[in-house]
Ligand binder design. Structure first.
Ligand SMILES: [Zn+2]
Length: 325
């Protein structure tokens, strides 16, 4: 049983790896990227791995980016991939479409971790690594971490958009993936993103962990607040929202693909459009979606980006291997 399932994960790993290595060699080609001209060559290693806790009882749901001496390592645990697969297979009866959404969700996760590596986020950590589901008690500044996460999300959304465009340009979305229209293909990519964040939303609920991007006064939190459950990542709903928006805008401005914002918001606000199951309480919904619907989230997010460009970006510029924009 175990061997069979790991073999399956190996196949997924090999397919995603092709996409990741493609982008990595693009970055390490000096004609595309003058920033790496004076840096020594590094390798990228991507693995889907089985991880258990010390007593072997619970498989760990997580993803990691690790900066090592000569290589960049991205790891996604089997349990996370399994959750992505089950949430999608349970709600999408068409296997080809499900496969495309699964590939989208895992690629997104892997690109997010790659963003932490290429943008220099890992190198400013004590242990040169970052992970998707953290459990840190360090006295770190949450605002900075949330910005790093938002930065990696934006990076991943754009890479996903570019991958999508190559599949459209050479018609593979039809010939290989079996889609009849760009429209439906695009919708499934957005669903794939939603599926990934659904898992994070579920984990937030499971841990009864409230996560903050703003304080109750609508301000950016400074420092780590004691006696409050806090989180280095922005709330999953907020991340899903700006990831979808970034992808939609990138596709529109770079490749003139008509935006699908209305469709994306419909699925974001729905508790069971595709995935079913996990429903927020009405209070949680009210509280979390209000920031988005009344526009205050956009405002604060833009303010954070400004702060980012002015300050955090400077800390990272000596480590970043791609231009920050
Ligand atoms: Zn991250």
């Amino acid at each position: 049983m175990y061997i069979e399932s790991s073999f399956r994960y190996k196949q997924i790993q090999d397919i995603i790896n092709i996409t990741l290595q493609d982008y990595y060699s693009f970055v390490y080609n000096p004609t595309n990227n003058p920033l790496i001209e004076n840096l020594s060559k590094r390798d990228l290693l991507f693995k889907i791995e089985r991880h258990g806790v010390a007593n072997g009882k619970y498989p760990i749901i997580n993803a990691f980016s690790i900066y090592k001496a000569t290589k960049d390592v991205i790891i996604i645990t089997e349990k996370l991939v399994e959750m992505i697969e089950s949430i999608i297979f349970n709600s999408e009866p068409d296997n080809n479409r499900a496969a495309c959404m699964i590939d989208t969700a895992i690629s997104y996760c892997a690109f997010h971790e790659m963003g932490h590596l290429l943008l220099g986020h890992c190198q400013i950590q004590k242990d040169m690594r970052m992970c998707a589901i953290e459990n840190t008690n360090e006295n770190t500044d949450i605002a900075i971490y949330q910005m790093l996460e938002a930065d990696a999300d934006t990076f991943a959304a754009k890479r996903l958009g570019e991958k999508m465009v190559t599949l459209i340009f050479d018609d593979r979305y039809k010939s290989i993936l079996g889609y009849k229209s760009i429209d439906i293909f695009y919708e499934d990519i957005l669903k794939g993103i939603n599926a990934f964040f659904y898992i994070l939303m579920y984990l937030e609920l499971l841990e009864a962990k409230e996560s903050y991007m703003l304080t109750s006064n609508g301000e950016i939190p400074k420092g780590r607040r004691h006696n409050e459950a806090t989180h280095d990542h922005p709330p999953a709903i907020a991340r899903c929202y700006y990831t979808g928006k970034t992808l939609i805008e990138h596709l529109y401005y770079q490749f003139q693909i008509p935006p699908k914002e209305k469709y994306f918001m419909e699925i974001l606000y729905s508790s069971d459009y595709l995935f079913g199951g996990i429903e927020l309480t009405s209070m949680q919904k009210e509280k979390k979606f209000n920031h988005i619907t009344d526009g205050s989230f956009d405002e604060t997010f833009n303010a954070m980006r400004q702060e980012w460009l002015l300050n955090t970006c400077k800390i990272l510029s000596q480590y970043s291997r791609i231009p920050v924009f």
